[in-house]
Design a binder for this molecule. Structure first.
Ligand code: GLU
Length: 579
């Protein structure tokens, strides 16, 4: 979305406008589709894509590229990504021919209990120390690079530090996101100082620099992850969480958080087994719990496999059923028994698929019984106590990269809401996450996603890698809270069931059915498909925009197609190593 400054078309020397030197590289442009060889990237942002591509061009692999790219997104997309957030990586390792997961999800502090959020209005929890989870990104980057990368964390952070120092050109999306957050940013001194420099969002076209973040990345590069996980940076984060720097005179109730340095010391990135389903003669790998991404995308695909001829009505109802099960059964597997194998089994899929008919399923769909005893057509179980989900926004970001060796990375990184907790760590230039608001607030007896000490909140992030005959065919993911799941699902269905090209599959208008009465849908979807679907009993709530996906498809003879959004969130940036 933004370009690094200094890439001027001409250089003024002693008053004369001279052409750039002949050896200057041609300006790389922001475009949503690129095809070529030797590796590819797609992110929402040109600067981040360029940094990830540069890593590939200098011999780095796909893991190096997404880590460096994510750190860069922490600069140019600071409201969606950053070192004080978390995320999930799904990675195809070409050498072992295996798909792996790296879980960098934030965790709840040891003092958090199931009732911590009871009675707190959601919009108040959003801007609070209480919502800040123990950050996972840095531990995740470190583990990802040590296991699968070729760069050190120090090297991977350098381009992002340079970018933060040099700055980027503010575009409309950054301006709009800042403006949408201006009221709460103004109530936190450190956040107002950074993002509302003259009491207002930085204007479109101006250069935005974050020297504090540049120094933070540099010091993290020099000192390593322990600087955060127990060291000085960690201590400063804890101090900020416990006493957010509220602007004098502000009436906002910014609650203090529960994090201690011991919580930071205890943090570990994890490597769970990915989810896997067989669909359409493809192997679809996703993110394991505590994300519900892999299980819910996987279950919905499984249902579609047995739902007869698939059209949009079946797509919506498969999603509705999968969400009923997600809400009832998926949480952090270290704390709750998640019946993952059953949720992704053929028997369960058949039991759920047989509920789908010619007309829309009644609302709400009850969860099924993933108990291993599958009959021909099941009677849904009574719903355990699950709560209606919170509204979903456009937050978070997703990037993909592949390299010349055949490795593929799909990476969702987040600080939860756009703008996270709205609290910048003073002097460090980085926003804290508010990921703890992904827990169910309660009281909700039986809900698998209630907070607990050290627990990871259920996520919807769904980085996904599809293999055909054991080789990567596609990688895809998106931001958007729980709509991430439906966006990924819809892109897969568009591509492989409806036969669209990958660029068309991303650009197509979206609808998101998450076991709610009405389906959330973009206006273009309602205009195009509303009449036929309404006749079948579906109803729709219009929403301006769902998701901001990035994807790769591996074509014949080593060619790769990188795809980003043509329009959503201002459009994304796809680049390849060689055209
Ligand atoms: N916190 C969200 C999740 O993990 C991601 C951020 C978002 O897109 O809402 O599902």
């Amino acid at each position: 979305m933004r370009r690094v400054t200094g890439a001027a078309l001409g250089i003024v020397v002693m008053g004369a406008l001279v052409a750039p030197p002949a050896q200057a590289r041609p300006q790389v442009e922001k475009k949503p589709v690129a095809e070529g060889y030797g590796g590819a990237v797609a992110t929402v942002d040109l600067d981040a894509s360029k940094i990830a591509l540069d890593v590939l061009k200098h011999g780095g692999n796909a893991m190096d590229a997404v880590v460096a790219g994510a750190a860069a997104l922490g600069v140019t997309e600071p409201y969606s990504a950053g070192l004080a957030g978390g995320g999930f990586i799904v990675y195809y390792d070409a050498r072992s021919r295996r798909v792996i997961n790296i879980d960098g999800r934030e965790t709840a502090p040891a003092k958090m209990t199931p009732s911590t959020f009871e009675g707190i209005p959601f919009d108040q929890a959003v801007t609070s120390g209480l919502s800040v989870g123990v950050p996972g990104s840095v531990a995740q980057w470190d583990l990802a690079l040590r296991r699968h990368g070729t760069l050190s964390l120090k090297k991977a952070l350098k381009p992002a530090a340079d970018l933060a120092r040099k700055g980027f050109v503010v575009d409309q999306t950054f301006y709009d996101q800042t403006a949408a957050n201006a009221a709460r940013f103004a109530d936190i001194t450190s956040t107002a100082a950074l993002y509302l420099p003259n009491g207002a969002p930085p204007p479109v076209g101006s250069t935005f620099r974050n020297p504090d973040l540049a120094r933070t990345y540099q010091e993290l590069a020099d000192k390593g992850p322990s600087w955060l996980y127990g060291g000085k940076l960690g201590q400063e984060i804890v101090a900020t969480v416990k006493a957010p720097p509220v602007t004098p005179g502000s009436t906002r109730n910014v609650r203090a958080g529960l994090m201690e340095v011991s919580d930071l010391r205890a943090y570990k990135a994890l490597t769970p087994e990915p989810t896997k389903v067989r669909w359409n003669n493809l192997d679809v790998y996703g993110m394991a719990p505590p994300s519900s991404g892999g299980s819910t995308v996987g279950e919905a695909l499984n249902i579609l496999e047995y739902a007869g001829p698939v059209g949009l009505s079946e797509y919506l109802d498969a999603s509705r059923l999968a969400f009923a099960d997600r809400n009832a059964y998926v949480g952090d597997p270290a704390f709750v028994q998640v019946p993952l194998r059953e949720l992704l089994s053929e028997g369960f899929a058949k039991e759920r698929a047989c509920l789908i008919g010619d007309t829309a399923l009644p609302h709400p769909a009850a969860p099924g019984q993933p108990d291993g005893a599958y009959g021909p057509c099941a009677t849904p179980a009574p719903a355990p106590g699950t709560k209606e989900q919170q509204p979903e926004g456009p937050e978070t970001t997703h990037l993909v990269a592949s390299d010349r060796w055949g490795n593929v990375a799909a990476y969702n990184i987040t600080i939860e809401q756009t703008g996270g907790a709205g609290i910048v760590v003073p002097g460090r230039g980085v926003l804290l996450n508010n990921e703890m608001t992904d827990f169910t607030f309660g009281p909700a007896p039986g809900d698998p996603n209630l907070p607990a000490p050290g627990k990871r909140p259920r996520s919807s992030m769904a980085p996904t890698i599809v293999l055909k005959d054991g080789r990567p065919l596609l990688a895809v993911g998106s931001p958007g809270g729980a709509t991430i799941i439906t966006t990924v699902l819809q892109i897969l269905v568009n591509r492989f069931t409806f036969g669209m090209s990958l660029p068309d599959a991303l650009a197509a208008p979206r609808a998101s059915q998450r076991n709610t009465a009405a389906t959330q849908a973009e206006q273009a979807f309602i205009d195009r498909y509303g009449p036929e679907l309404t006749a079948k009993g579906h109803t729709f709530t219009p929403t301006p925009e769902i998701g901001a996906a990035t994807a790769l498809e591996f074509l014949r003879h080593g060619k790769v197609q990188a795809v980003a959004e043509p329009a959503r969130r201002g459009g994304g940036s796809a680049l390849v190593v060689k055209d």
